[in-house]
Design a protein around this ligand. Sequence first.
Ligand code: NAD
Ligand code: UGA
Length: 465
Amino acid sequence: MQAKPSMKICCLGAGYVGGPTMAMIAAKCPHIEVRVVDPNAARIAAWNSENLPVYEPGLYEVVQSARGRNLFFSTDVEGAIRISDIIFVSVGTPTKTYGVGAGQAADLRYIELAARTIAKVAEGPKIIVEKSTIPVKTAEAILTILRSNSRNGQFQVLSNPEFLAEGTAIADLQAPDRVLIGGESTPEGQAAVEALASIYATWVPRDRILTTNLWSSELSKLVANAFLAQRISSINSISALCEATGADVDEVAHAIGRDSRIGPKFLKASVGFGGSCFQKDILNLTYLCKHFGLPEVASYWESVVRMNDWQKSRFAARIVNDLFNTVTGKRIAVLGFAFKKDTNDTRETAAISVCRDLLAEGAKVVVYDPKVSAEEIRKDVLGDQQNPNLEIATSALAACADTHAIAVLTEWDEFKTLDFDAILKVMHKPAFVFDGRNILPHQKLSAMGFRVHAIGKPAHPLKQA
Ligand code: NAD
Ligand code: UGA
């Protein structure tokens, strides 16, 4: 099937992936009608408003360029399936919290429900595209559900994992390192691969569109995330050694990154990686390894998550330790709550674990984040509980008032240029700064009188010869 002028496509799931990805296709391909559908009416209403549910630089402009022309957001899931030639599935695949594989395996209930809905409604030929990150061999399960439940549908299932990162989603979609498409090796499978490839080829150079078999494509997504997360855990493990020895982790990262075989990216030591995917995808990978009888491989990848958990708790413990071994009753400002800058996403953010650890020690924690709502922060840290020791501030300066320490947990640009003279005046002395992102001017702050602790930095830098 070729990308014909009247082609209609839809996407089940209007989340962080479905919304931006489909908006980019619609913006680049005015000849294709794109529907993004989701049963979550509030989310769809937000996509149709000025206030999009996902904060992402440049996203609003892309949405606005196509919305109402060839890009539509609606809750009519079945209607969209019925009229579409290509159906993307971009529903969540969180870690399973119950039954067999709880805490590790991917929860595929949303994928299965999507497949069953497609099977019920579809008539004629349809290409189903797995956009969600799923375990290897999920395409087989989807095909079995489709083919055994549909009366008139003819289906091809493709794997087309998404590699965008939040905060840079629009740049990533605009100029991806690669687009990966996996399909069956049959003539029908290859025709489906070409139909999807021809959509991306509207703006992505052909040599960046990689085609593989289904299982390679599905597995490559999990492996890409595992390798990225492994680099962060590796440099974070070295950050602890730097603190113990007097080496500087940024200098070490720079030195090793100059080796072209290692490369400079993803070597920024931090309070720990967050985000909805790294942990869940590694746990999913380890579950698969165990399932296929490879416990050594599972344990190798599991250690990446263990190191990340340790880094988060090590950071909170360092705060308690430096504040004379007690934070009970002390106010601590947490600057940044999102799992990285330029997103309002807080899923698995390191800030949740650091805030909880500090609250458990009896601290009063005051959080400020430029894009995350107070309601979200409370829900993430406390769940259904109440705790008056958690406060939310509306500016960084307000958060720092009357505190003993500041902890920077997200690398928002605005934190780099804060008025530290003003901040020092409103803090208790000695005033501590714990930079979990290594973005602040440490020497300047030390000279001003702050006691600075940064990830992987010597406590008392050696005087340069
Ligand atoms: P999300 O939770 O933000 O969005 C998923 C949406 O799917 C929800 O709004 C939900 O209501 C909807 N949904 C559930 N069942 C549905 C159905 N039957 N029909 C229509 N809609 C349905 O999730 P996300 O962050 O967009 O991630 C989606 C997938 O993409 C996951 O598998 C994730 O691993 C993968 N992924 C995410 C990112 C990212 O940056 N967030 C990047 C690459 C890949
Ligand atoms: C990651 C991958 O980068 C994407 O390719 C992938 O598509 C996506 O997961 C997914 O599957 O969901 P994302 O989680 O949005 O993207 O953001 P990243 O830039 O990868 O950052 C993840 C976490 O690692 C953040 O908390 C970030 O602060 C941290 N990080 C990143 C570091 O601590 N150090 C680094 O050097 C890089």
